[in-house]
Design a protein around this ligand. Structure first.
Ligand code: PEP
Ligand code: MG
Length: 757
């Protein structure tokens, strides 16, 4: 049964649309379970009906025509209970509803399971049999598993309007009055043209895309095939000496497959049907992979992988051509399943207006980068119909997480107005740039900028930041092909320290691992966020750590505005060991005759164990910096990049607030300053709470700085403390956010926490 399940899942995933996926399911399930009928009903939310969408066993003409009211029949019983219904004699059940046109009177055995996605019932999957007996447990679990697989495909189709189109027979247009919902990624509103980007060379994830110029697409494909053909020929002749003859024959087989009467010819035929080269190639390759995989001969079945690899190679070249030719529109909004930092960097900065990513959340590093660049971003828009929106007008609301594809005129007008107000608000806030961040009762909250890009230093300087509160040194490491040398690092750090001198600059030691991989230092782990990350790596590689802290200390010679910050500290021992290496680097530099000063040293409090050890850590350092991005992830057990659980990720959760508060109190007890450098610090509502707790400084992306400064200048410490004590009484993040947002509306600054002014 497992093997059958695997095959069905693979076929469903490869189906190019929902119709095909449903046809596969009803056919395969009927066959695998040896039942007489398998059908799928979809829930039509608008008409409040369950519609028969696919069947094998019932009269095929009834598809699309059988519609049950939301409380009618056994189908709705399954949907309303949201659990399986298993009956030996269905016609005797009081909820049984008979449709003569289906011809189902002869079926007694009935098993229906709900198709559920994120707690919502999208439809019902049913099998029926002439036998008058209930289905066994194995059948039930099999059907539940199939339904769960179907749920993802259906949710996607629901969001793209495909279900609505199928059940209501409407046209192909995307519903443009309802937004798709994602998560706020970076504040601001972006209006422009969607440019869909795909991950490099991942054949399975390539969607269909309809094209006008067939001949040009064939040309692109032919050129890619030619390049691959040359690569293979070259590889084959290089390996003549070392490979056995039968393996060499494989290369010849590859060359034959690429020929016009094999994979090549079929792909061109698919392009002629109107699909772009990448999509046409995907169809051909996956069809062949399936045929080979199903072969009984193990040798032949393994060849499926070779065909897939061959397809990947051709795809990589097609994508390179596409990329080279690409001319970004003036108002580009990048849209994709996953937007990487390198794709972001590829778009000329004057053209990049927004980012919409199907994966990730507001604390993913791409969102952090977007915020650093001052570009609105929506993350985790997981139901995005990626294949159908390239080139369409699009609006991304980085405050609410809403995305409008081909927005109606009313929506467009509304957002134009909001964007105008937003620009006015930013200009007004800019006047605060040179004003101090003091509360009404004269408490100075120091505001710093987060950065990690050299290009980012100027906006940080211009934002009125009092220094750099967090310089993420991993970015310069990520954009290279190898570890940067001490000299290279020295130059980067020196530029930042000089640019801000005499203001302080906090350089964090390398924090790779988790979602920040280095291509030249691969780490394969099942649980990267709980694995080898941050200080754990650098303590295991003193050569990397020592080079980095030497470069930092040298860069500060004569300036002496350096703070060093240690990421991911989870035990006192890690801090003690880090201090040992920092001292060693310091001694070495002194011995080399350099006039270095011992920098101030801080730890990030971003792992829950560090919160409980705060007093012991505080005694050994000069300052704390609370990394709320990771602290939230680890306290709530919610992966900061996983869109499936992103709704659970909220730094305003009472548990997170309590942990931050405890850390602040510990810093106060030990007379060291405490800063917050996670994304929360740049959120005006959250900043109110943090000020009330008594944090000394907040560090955020430069684009958020004046907004937070406005908050500080318009509140007294006493009032912030009062708000905090109210917030600490509340039991969930939503209530807290609504409460804080309402405070902004009351004081006429709702524009800080939503689009508009
Ligand atoms: C944090 O975890 O809050 C933080 C500032 O570090 P990073 O986002 O780089 O993990
Ligand atoms: Mg962190």
């Amino acid at each position: 049964m497992l093997e059958v399940l695997r095959r069905i899942v693979e076929e469903v995933n490869n189906a190019s649309n929902l119709d095909k996926a449903l046809a596969v399911i009803v056919h395969r399930v009927k066959e695998a379970m040896s039942v007489d009928v398998c059908s799928v009903y979809l829930t039509d939310e608008i008409q409040q009906q369950h519609v028969l969408m696919a069947t094998e066993g019932l009269n095929p003409e009834s598809v699309g025509n059988i519609r049950l009211a939301i409380d009618e029949g056994l189908v709705s019983l399954v949907a309303s209970r949201a659990e399986p219904v298993n009956l030996g004699n269905a016609p005797e059940h009081p909820r049984y509803y008979y449709f003569p046109e289906t011809g189902e009177e002869k079926f007694n055995g009935f098993l229906g399971v709900p198709i559920i996605h994120h707690r919502q019932v999208l439809g019902v999957l049913i099998v029926q049999s002439t036998r008058s007996e209930k289905f066994d447990e194995e059948s039930e679990t099999f059907l539940i598993t199939i339904a769960s697989q179907l749920a993802g495909a259906m949710a996607h189709a629901a969001a793209s309007g495909e279900i609505e189109r199928i059940v209501q027979g409407t046209d192909d247009s995307i519903d443009n009055s309802k937004p798709l919902s994602g998560l706020p990624g970076a504040p601001g509103v972006a209006m422009g043209t969607a440019v869909v980007v795909y991950p490099m060379a991942n054949l399975k994830s390539i969607p269909d895309k309809y094209i006008d110029d067939v001949e040009e697409e064939i040309e692109v494909f032919n050129r890619a095939v030619e390049t691959v053909r040359n690569e293979i020929t070259a590889l084959s002749s290089r390996l003549t000496e070392v490979l056995p003859t039968e393996d060499k024959a494989l290369f010849d087989a590859y060359l034959l497959m690429l020929d016009s009467d094999s994979l090549g010819g079929e792909t061109i035929a698919n392009i002629r049907k109107g699909n772009w080269a990448s999509g046409a190639l995907r169809t051909t390759i996956l069809d062949h992979v399936k045929v080979f995989r199903e072969m009984d001969d193990p040798y032949l079945s393994e060849r499926a992988d070779d065909i897939y690899d061959l397809g990947q190679r051709v795809l990589a070249h097609i994508q390179q051509t596409n990329q080279k030719q690409f001319d970004y529109p003036d108002e580009t909004i990048l849209v994709g399943e996953e937007i990487s930092a390198s794709i972001l960097a590829e778009v000329p900065s004057e053209k990049l207006k927004g980012v919409v990513s199907a994966r990730g959340s507001s604390t993913s590093h791409v969102a952090i980068l977007a915020r650093a660049l001052g570009i609105p971003a929506v993350m985790g828009a997981k139901d995005l119909p990626v294949s159908r929106i390239d080139g369409r007008p699009i609006i991304a609301d980085g405050y609410s997480g809403n995305v409008f594809v081909s927005p109606s005129r009313t929506v467009r007008e509304e957002y134009k107005k909001l964007a105008r107000e937003e620009a006015e608000l930013s200009t007004e806030l800019l006047t605060l740039r040179d004003q101090p961040a003091v509360t009404k009762d004269n408490v100075h909250i120091h505001l710093f900028a987060n950065t990690g890009l050299l290009s980012d230093v100027t906006p940080s300087l211009n934002s009125g930041a009092e220094g750099i509160g967090l310089y993420r040194t991993e970015f310069p490491f990520m954009i290279r092909q190898r570890f940067p040398s001490e000299e290279e690092q020295y130059k980067i750090y020196r530029q930042v320290l000089e640019a801000f001198h005499p203001r302080p600059v906090t350089l964090r030691t390398l924090d790779v691992g988790g979602d920040k991989p280095l291509s030249y230092f691969p780490i394969e782990e099942d649980n990267p966020f709980l694995g080898w990350r941050g200080i754990r790596i650098t303590l295991d590689h003193p050569e990397i750590f020592l080079v980095q802290v030497r470069a930092m200390m040298r860069a500060s010679i004569g300036l002496n505005n350096l703070n060093i910050l240690l990421p991911m500290i989870s035990t006192v021992a890690e801090l003690v060991d880090s201090k040992f290496f920092i001292n060693r680097a310091y001694e070495e530099l002194l011995e080399e005759g350099l006039d270095v000063q011992m920098p101030r040293l801080g730890v990030m409090i971003e792992v829950p164990s560090a919160v409980y050890q705060a007093d012991n850590l505080a005694r050994r350092v000069d300052f704390f910096s609370i990394g709320t991005n990771d602290l939230t992830q680890y306290l709530l057990a919610v992966d900061r990049n996983n869109a499936n659980v992103a709704e659970l990720y909220d730094s305003l959760q009472p548990a997170v607030l309590q942990a931050i508060y405890q850390t602040v109190e510990s810093a106060k007890r030990n007379n060291i300053p405490v800063s917050v450098c996670g994304e929360m610090a740049g959120d005006p509502a959250a900043a109110l709470v943090l000020i009330g707790m008594g944090v000394d400084s907040l560090s955020m992306s430069a684009s958020s700085l004046t907004r937070v400064k406005w908050v500080i200048r318009n509140i007294s410490m006493k009032r912030a403390e009062e708000l905090l004590s109210e917030v600490l009484q509340m039991e969930d993040a939503l209530t807290i956010r609504q409460f804080l947002n309402s405070r902004f509306e009351v004081s006429g600054m709702g524009g800080l926490v939503r689009a508009g002014k």
